[in-house]
Design a protein around this ligand. Structure first.
Ligand code: GDP
Ligand code: MG
Length: 466
């Protein structure tokens, strides 16, 4: 199910994943795409409109704009709203009644009522160890009664023999009596359907409903009928106090429009989903799992994983430990940090992803040329391990040697050493005052970042790392 929708939304989430920031423009554009995808999936128009409005409102809010990973945050909103329109959680059968609990199904002919009764019977027998009696009120088609009898014996529930010449309401009452006197836990009532909604059928099911007062009155609907499914559900809902829906033939439905519209329009929960012809092909309808399936949620999770992966945790931890012990931040550490930043797509993209740093990042990234990072790394590479560890030994002649070795000028080496000193200072502050103090210092000046922030320089652990 949901193949088309899933493909479209999956492509969308992949594309958004690459975006460090979302602008109002690309949110609008993406919303247009989501809208198209939903309409293509045959979701009812009012549902699409509501859905888009909800997503838009949330997407333009702080939730996405200030998010660590806006693309991911957007996809999460789509996911949440999908869950929302499908009913949030799974509603199982409510059998809270003095036994026998009567469960009645209604729906058009061929929608899958009889099959669903058998599936429910099997579930109640096998999972809940219930004693179940089934009765068919489909007196118009003798084959339909036989069909239920056959299925009943297959799934191990008892069958009440229907007199095809008798009155439907009287049969329903008699079956209910037998369920009572026979100490059944559940009575499953199969009804006749027509090809179209008609008044005779409606008044018949209404009569049955009044006679046996079911705890569950389930509307069975073929999901392949798309928006028609929604219309018939509405018609039945007006005629009968429905307690829930069973969506059948989900296995053959590539679009999924009914699943997405029907809850929102009828306000009735989808309790089960039929996913095949066999009696075990019934699934509890879990909106969150369905939404994840639609969005290929592995991908959303992988968004998080990707960010995490690009950070070398052991390295960050080692660095944090080192700082905690009061050991200095040497040039080798600085190089590690710069390499980490480079791996994460450079300084600008990293700043973008930090909450609350959106505005600052533009100013900062202008000053931070990522190509500088590789030059700085080259300089540190040209040093000896001893020099990296104790930069104070780097005198004039060493500077000339390092400059030559990295193909740069002595003044570049000087600049790097100065930056390293500034970073060391920042590290100390970070250690003392933590993140917030440092951020205040960085952002507080307004305009260009103060000297503390080295161009293209590394991040303290906990900022770049974790
Ligand atoms: P009824 O007229 O409402 O009682 O419908 P039936 O239970 O007789 O089902 C009509 C047809 O749909 C039968 O061929 C069933 O095997 C088939 N069917 C019912 N539910 C499902 C389902 O979830 N998946 C598939 N693939 N077929 C189903
Ligand atoms: Mg039937």
């Amino acid at each position: 199910m949901f193949v088309t929708l899933s493909n479209r939304l999956d492509a969308m989430s992949k594309r958004l994943r690459g975006k460090g920031r979302l602008t109002e423009d690309n949110i609008q554009e993406t919303l247009r795409e989501v809208r198209m995808a939903l309409l293509e999936a045959d979701v009812a128009l009012p549902v699409v409109k509501d859905f888009i409005a909800q997503v838009r409102e949330r997407a333009l809010g702080a939730e996405v704009m200030k998010s660590l990973t806006p693309g991911q945050a957007f996809v999460k909103i789509v996911h949440d709203e999908l869950v929302q329109i499908m009913g949030e959680r799974n509603d199982g059968l409510d059998l809270n009644a003095r036994p026998p609990a009567v469960v009645m199904v209604a729906g058009l002919q061929g929608s899958g009522k009889t099959t669903s009764i058998a599936k429910l019977g099997r579930l109640l027998r096998e999972r809940d160890k219930k004693k179940v009696l089934a009765v068919s009120l489909d007196v118009y088609r003798p084959a339909a009664i036989d069909q239920l009898e056959r299925l009943a014996s297959e799934v191990g529930m008892d069958f009440y023999p229907t007199d095809p010449t008798g009155d439907v309401v009287a049969t329903a009452r008699a079956a209910a009596d037998q369920a009572r006197t026979g100490y059944y836990d559940v009575l499953l009532v199969d009804t006749a359907g027509r090809l179209h909604v008609d008044e005779a059928m409606m008044s018949e099911v209404r009569g049955v409903h009044e006679a046996i007062t079911p705890v569950e009155t389930l509307f069975v609907v073929d999901s392949m009928t798309g928006q028609d499914a929604v219309n018939t559900a509405q018609a039945f809902d007006q005629a009968l106090p429905l307690t829930g829906l069973i969506l059948t033939k989900a296995d053959g439905d590539a679009r999924g429009g009914a699943a997405l519209s029907i809850r929102q329009i009828t306000g009735k929960p989808i309790k089960f989903m039929g996913v095949g012809e066999k009696t075990d092909a019934l699934e509890a309808f879990h909106p969150d799992r369905i939404a994840s399936r639609i969005l290929g949620m592995g991908d959303v999770l992988s968004l998080v994983e990707e960010v995490e992966r690009s950070v070398d945790h052991s390295q960050a931890e080692r660095m944090a430990g080192k700082l905690k012990k009061g050991k200095g931040f040497d040039l080798a550490d600085m190089r590690e940090q710069m390499q980490q930043v480079a791996r994460m797509g450079g300084m600008g993209s990293l700043m973008d992803k930090l909450p609350g740093m959106g505005q600052m990042s533009e100013q900062v990234s202008q000053k931070m040329d990522d190509s500088q990072v590789s030059r700085q790394i080259a300089i540190i590479n040209a040093m000896t391990p001893g020099e990296r560890h104790r930069p104070e030994v780097i005198n004039g002649s060493r500077k000339r040697r390092i400059a030559a070795g990295s193909g740069l000028q002595v003044q570049d080496v000087n600049r790097l050493l100065k930056q390293h000193k500034q970073m060391q200072k920042m590290m100390k502050q970070f250690k003392k005052g933590g993140m917030q103090k440092m951020m205040r210092q960085l952002g507080g000046g307004g305009g260009a970042p103060p000297g503390g922030m080295p161009p293209g320089g590394g991040l303290p652990p906990g900022l770049g790392g974790r």
